[in-house]
Design a protein around this ligand. Structure first.
Ligand SMILES: Cc1ncc(COP(=O)(O)O)c(C=O)c1O
Length: 456
């Protein structure tokens, strides 16, 4: 059940078909290049796209913009201590800023960093320190059709983790990362049991356990629902329990701190705190604001508390699941179970006749835009050239933003595309930036044949 109502509204329009065709062509068949005004339901990302509460808007007014010792920073510290259980906090402008601070303080050239799955910016920041990021996901999670009832497909594969350490030696592994939920593995959750086991292993090899906690509240709500040992615990209690195993966290406030921008590092160790603060001065700002305005620190403090409110976070998971079920009912092949922040469509099963070199996921993304001005993102052979990954399309739901009618529109859009899927062809890249890892943000494509749309 929805636990909020609208007080401020933002008009959106569904551009007509001619407009959609012209906009997509002008965008080089890459939806990152579209103007947001040409999009009706925007499911490109859940990052920084949510709606703040009236308490957060009120908190903005309390923002203390002092360069040093801001009261707003003190309020953020208090919220992080209460909600997440960490003594020390260093703000950053967003998650990747926090990653730069923390991994720069912890890693050296030649280190190896296992993670259940590195998110793109995490991988880049680990590599930027000269270290080697290694993914240790569960094998089953890589198969969009694999074990649809498995409760914690985001877990670290402990055998893989041990194998990595055996191979390179414990001395080369100063840091282990656990990403909750596992964004790059379809937003699947990580159990508290797995977190505890990873923490015990990290302690054995004397490694620092970092939790990438961007979606800590969504993860805890899954645990409340699925992990028998924590059946009676509240979401807030599960968050405290799960994060108690971490030595440090990195946080993108744009997710479960319910703000449009911001982030932080939190840790327990005094020496690490000092090292992170020194890097903050260099890269983000003085450690009591770290690249954020005082008012945004205030809103993030309020958002952290709101994120662990049961009625909010349960409703959040329910609306993602509702979108997933609507798509499945329309015959769309979806990754199961549904993630915490997004539904993932299996483009390989949707468009089996489009080979990976012609980017079936991107063909589907373009068709969804043409059909209903729905924007989503390809996470397959276009976004990850050369990687052995499933052809997925992610429909990420901004927090507290869209209601049932929007979800219906998305499902109807995909149902219409599905009904005409055999007419859909692939695309070729016609212009790409020098760094292939970043190509899906700006590359331009051409469809091999006309894309399906509703009105013809
Ligand atoms: C798991 C994970 N870690 C780190 C980040 C980086 O956060 P930001 O986008 O705030 O830089 C993201 C962003 O999507 C993420 O999903």
């Amino acid at each position: 059940m929805r636990s909020y109502r609208a007080k401020v509204v933002e008009p959106i329009t569904l551009p007509d078909r001619d407009r959609r065709e012209a906009a997509l062509a002008a965008a080089g068949y890459n939806v990152f290049n579209l103007d947001s005004g040409d999009v009706y339901v925007d499911l490109l990302t859940d990052s920084g796209t949510g709606a703040m509460s009236h308490e957060q808007w009120a908190a903005l007014q309390r923002g203390d913009e002092s360069y040093a010792g801001s009261r707003s920073f003190a309020r953020l510290e208090e919220a992080v201590r209460e909600v997440m259980g960490f003594e020390h906090v260093v703000p950053a402008h967003q998650g990747r800023g926090a990653e730069n601070l923390l991994y720069g303080a912890l890693l050296e050239e030649g280190d190896v960093v296992p993670n259940n799955t590195h998110f793109d910016t995490t991988r880049a920041h680990v590599a930027n320190q000269g270290a080697d990021p290694v993914d240790c996901p569960l094998q089953v999670a890589l198969d969009p059709a694999g074990d649809p009832d498995r409760p914690f497909k985001g877990n670290m594969d402990l055998d893989r983790l041990e194998a990595v350490v055996d191979e390179v030696g414990a001395g080369a592994v100063p840091v282990i990362v656990l990403t909750i939920t596992n964004n790059s593995m379809a937003g699947q959750p990580v159990s508290v049991e797995n977190t505890r086991a990873v923490a015990e292993f990290a302690a054995e090899i004397d490694a620092t356990l970092v939790v990438d906690a961007c979606r800590f509240a969504e993860n805890a709500a899954f645990v409340a629902d699925r992990e028998a040992a924590l059946d009676d615990a509240s979401v807030a209690e599960i968050v405290r329990e799960q994060l108690s195993y971490a030595d440090a966290v990195i946080m993108s406030g744009k997710k479960d701190a319910l703000v449009n921008v911001g982030g932080f590092v939190a840790c327990r160790d005094e020496a690490l705190f000092e090292a992170v603060k020194q890097r903050a001065i260099l890269y983000e700002g003085f450690p009591t604001y770290g690249g954020m305005a005082g008012r945004d620190l205030e809103a993030m403090a309020v958002g952290l508390r709101e994120a662990v409110a049961e009625r909010y976070v349960e409703g959040r998971l329910a609306s993602v699941a509702e979108l997933g079920e609507r798509l499945a009912d329309a015959g769309v092949p979806v990754y199961r179970p549904f993630g915490g922040h997004a539904v993932y469509v299996d483009a390989e099963r949707f468009l089996p006749h489009v080979e990976p070199e012609a980017f079936p996921g991107q063909a589907l993304v373009c068709a969804a835009y043409l059909e209903g001005a729905v924007r989503c993102v390809e996470l397959g052979s276009f976004a990850f050239p050369g990687a052995d990954r499933p052809e997925l399309v992610r429909l990420a739901l901004p927090r507290r933003t869209y209601g049932r009618e929007h979800l219906e529109h998305v499902a109807e859009t995909f149902a219409a595309v599905h009904g005409r899927r055999e007419e859909l062809g692939g695309l070729d890249v016609v212009d790409e930036p020098p760094n292939p890892e970043l190509r899906h943000f700006s590359a331009e494509l051409e469809p091999r044949e006309p894309l399906v749309s509703a009105a013809d």
